[in-house]
Design a protein around this ligand. Structure first.
Ligand code: KG4
Ligand code: ZN
Length: 335
């Protein structure tokens, strides 16, 4: 079964062709980083315009690279949220237009759930459930219990900023380009994490919830007080921030793994590219079987949408074209 996936939740326009939920025949991602870097974050209006310009060429490119025609597509899968409403509508309406014109079934896919499915497409075999799913991206930070594909329980989430957002904001404070995660990671390598003392946010309501906004504010004040032009001081800030954030993730994931008796942890989202994060888990939680996505599947892409879309279609059939709509927020259990 050939599935065309379409993704446009934020600042990447993407299309992929995936066979039977597994084999990626093509993956095309048009990134808008060049557009938003000037503003230090995503500007929704600009994102919409760029999505509109490139979405059809991106779909065409995915079909050409997969060496198939649009008529050969069996199913169209599209992410319907969570994300920015304007960008989402462009992907959804493109998918609807194609489905209507070609009389193909369509299936709506939750972007966050797809980030976890991306791990399952990354060459890991024999994943036994229940397992923990940990989403660490620019828009989301959550821990979920995966009972099975399509059967989740939200265990923890962020009360304020997502972890990737915190990396991006710290980068902005330091005048580093967007997206800030890789920049902060690179600078942290040259820094001494013990030179500054930051604390991560504990949430009274749950031992599994996150809060990164206090940490970000602490970085802002430390930056204001210190020698902002000194390269070593800047590196020390990055190192201390990163270590605090990563130890906090380790703490909450380890707690959840123990409480829910899970040894396997599936990670998803752009922040999983952070090698210090992977090392933290390797060294400090060797009892956990941590499964990471490949780089291409960790960032926003449409292969994970097409891949998961195949399973949703097989389990539940097609989505209703008339009621399929963009959702800026989706409670995790709603799937
Ligand atoms: O999953 P993603 O592509 O988009 C969302 O769905 O949000 O993640 C993008 C986020 C950005 O915040 C970016 O700064 C962060 O992932 N990121 C990193 C690294 N690479 C990307 N954060 C920390 N360290 C990295 N190496
Ligand atoms: Zn994402």
């Amino acid at each position: 079964m050939l599935v065309l996936g379409i993704e446009s939740t934020c600042d990447e326009t993407a299309a992929s062709v995936v066979s039977s939920g597994k084999t990626i025949l093509s993956q095309v991602v048009s990134s808008q980083i060049d557009l938003h870097t000037l503003y230090g974050g995503v500007v929704p209006e600009l994102a919409c315009r760029r999505h509109m310009e490139v979405i059809l060429p991106v779909v065409d490119d995915a079909l050409v690279k997969a060496e198939i025609t649009i008529e050969e597509v069996d199913l169209i899968a599209v992410s319907y949220g969570p994300g920015l409403v304007g960008p989402l509508l462009i992907g959804i309406n493109t998918a609807k237009g194609l489905a209507l014109a070609l009389q193909k079934p369509i299936v709506a896919v939750n972007h966050i759930e797809a980030h976890l499915y991306a791990v399952m497409m990354s060459g890991h075999t024999e994943i036994s459930f229940p397992a923990l799913g940990v989403i660490l991206s620019g828009g989301h930070t959550a821990i979920v219990l995966i009972n099975n594909l399509g059967d989740y329980l939200l265990i923890g989430q962020t009360a304020d900023d997502a972890v990737g957002e915190a990396f991006d904001k710290v980068a902005k404070i330091l005048g580093l380009p967007y997206p800030g995660g890789p920049e902060v990671e690179a600078l942290a390598k040259k820094g001494d994490s013990k030179k500054l003392k930051f604390r991560s946010g504990a949430c009274k309501d749950s031992p599994f919830n996150f809060s990164f906004s206090g940490l970000k504010t602490a970085v802002l004040y430390a930056h204001k007080k210190g020698d902002a032009l000194c390269p070593q001081f800047r590196a020390d800030i990055c190192a201390a921030f990163q270590e605090t954030a990563l130890n906090d993730i380790l703490l909450k994931v380890s707690r959840a793994a123990e409480a829910y008796n899970c040894r396997t942890v599936l990670f998803g989202g752009g922040v999983t590219n952070n090698l210090a994060l992977r090392k933290t888990f390797e060294e400090k939680a060797p009892e956990l079987r941590c499964l990471w996505p490949t780089r291409a599947l960790s960032l926003d892409n449409a292969s994970m949408i097409a891949g998961l879309g195949y399973h949703i279609y097989r389990q539940k059939g097609p989505s209703d074209l008339a009621t399929l709509d963009a959702k800026t927020r989706i409670p995790f259990n709603a799937g």
